[in-house]
Design a protein around this ligand. Structure first.
Ligand code: ATP
Ligand code: MG
Length: 413
């Protein structure tokens, strides 16, 4: 990809009113743009990061036997009324409701439990059809009160949501544990350290749920945890009388944190309220055991910047970087240098390496280096009059540079 063709170019100034690091760097480096509070455009760089995050999620969930689909985002009131959530006051705080010209009522999806239940209900399910595991990547709308954590809290944001339907609590919990493991693998591959934390189910369920939390100073959640990893609870359920870990007796500490995923063993509540059943071996109606599982890819992109940055810009983990190599061509007015850079650019592409080539002629070396640091690709490769027949290679997360030939560079990356 030629940076001269790329849109948009970097910005030197922080966006006005930006507080969060992810907001500042993602906007300045050209990954996202703010339409209004809580509403973000994914620009080409941002879209590439999200696609990589999504692909990791997809590969891991497919391994659990889950099937990808896509559900509508505009929902009729009637389906939400069946679960009782249309009139739930807590839900009312976050759900966008609207009317059409004929006064029919709708909402914009903030989650999809009701819609999946309704879908299951149309298929006259028997015990032989279960379990069913369906997921999607889709936009969610929530009327969030506070929307100041950059892309980590949108009023319109991306969620991967998975729903599973089972004949028994045992089968539901078995798959729930499988998804928990799958989530740990997903976050490991993305490059994030996550802690599994117990939390209340909010507007989804009375049962306890599990959150996947990334400890970081900019986090909006407070976690009470034991350093030995035996205990971790979200502040919202946490019993303040508890000062020692109930498992190992160690002191309980608190830390700021961001939730990147949440899994909910919902039970039979939705099935019973919406009267969606399966037929057992005797042809009798039985309630479906239901669970849901969310990850917010756009929030994940934000937290990656919160965790991986320095005072110059972003430091992307390799697995989700929009490109692997930032090829910086200097002294491009010199034809010999220019053709050497172009050859390297082509050869890297032949090797299947994603390269961003800064081919701009009217930009100073200092500005090109500053842009490379801000954008944060894992490897910077410089070719100039100074580099002779070598390539100057620097990892974004290291200070030192090395002079390598092409073969050595390939080995390195
Ligand atoms: P929070 O407590 O941070 O508001 P939540 O518990 O309401 O989040 P869930 O309903 O559990 O969120 O949604 C599943 C996932 O979707 C979250 O773990 C998070 O990654 C993502 N998510 C939720 N709300 C937002 C938001 N407003 N903006 C971006 N991502 C979000
Ligand atoms: Mg949650």
């Amino acid at each position: 990809m030629l940076y001269s063709n790329y849109f948009p170019k970097t910005q030197k100034q922080d966006p006005t009113s930006a507080e969060a690091v992810n907001h500042k760097y993602l906007v300045r480096a050209g990954f996202i743009d703010q339409l209004m509070s809580g509403s973000w455009t994914l620009l080409p760089f941002g879209q590439r990061v999200i696609q990589k995050i999504n692909q990791i999620i997809r590969e891991e969930l497919n391994q659990t036997g889950a099937l990808e689909m896509a559900l509508p985002l505009l929902h009729p009131k009637e389906i939400w009324a069946r679960s009782g959530r249309w009139d739930d006051l807590k839900v009312d705080e976050i759900m966008y409701k609207l009317k059409d010209k004929n006064d029919r009522e709708y909402c914009l999806s903030f989650t999809h439990e009701e819609i999946v239940m309704d879908l299951l209900g149309k298929h006259n399910l028997s015990y032989k059809d279960l379990p069913i595991k369906l997921y999607q990547f889709s936009t969610k709308f929530r009327n969030e009160l506070r929307a100041k954590s950059g892309i980590m809290r949108g009023r319109e944001f991306l969620m991967k949501d998975l729903y599973s339907a089972h004949t028994s609590e045992e089968d539901m919990l078995k798959y729930y544990e499988e998804v928990k493991k799958s989530y740990l693998e997903i976050f490991k591959r993305i490059g994030l350290d996550v802690y599994v934390v117990e939390a209340a189910g909010g507007v989804f369920t009375d049962r306890n749920t599990h959150e996947f939390q990334v400890f970081n100073p900019a986090g909006e959640d407070t976690i009470y945890y034991c350093e030995n990893g035996d205990f971790a609870e979200n502040e919202e359920i946490y019993d303040p009388k508890l000062t020692k870990c109930p498992v190992c007796g160690a002191e309980i500490k608190t830390i700021k944190s961001t939730e990147v995923g949440n899994i909910f063993p919902l039970g039979t509540k939705y099935s019973q309220k919406m009267e969606v059943y399966y037929k057992d071996e005797n042809g009798e109606n039985q309630p479906i055991w239901f669970a849901s599982y969310g990850i917010g890819p756009t929030r994940v992109m934000g937290i990656l910047v919160e965790v991986f940055h320095d005072d110059k810009g972003i430091i992307w983990p390799e697995a989700v970087a929009p490109f692997k190599v930032h090829l910086v061509g200097l002294d491009l007015a010199d034809q010999a240098i220019k053709s050497k850079v172009e050859k390297t650019y082509k050869l890297l592409q032949v090797e299947g390496i994603e390269v961003l080539y800064d081919d701009r002629q009217d930009i100073s070396p200092g500005e090109k280096f500053a842009d490379a640091d801000l954008i944060g690709l894992p490897y910077r490769v410089v070719i100039s009059k100074r580099t002779g027949d070598k390539l100057e290679v620097k990892r974004r997360d290291k200070k030192d540079t090395e002079f390598l030939n092409f073969e050595q560079l390939l080995k390195r990356i």
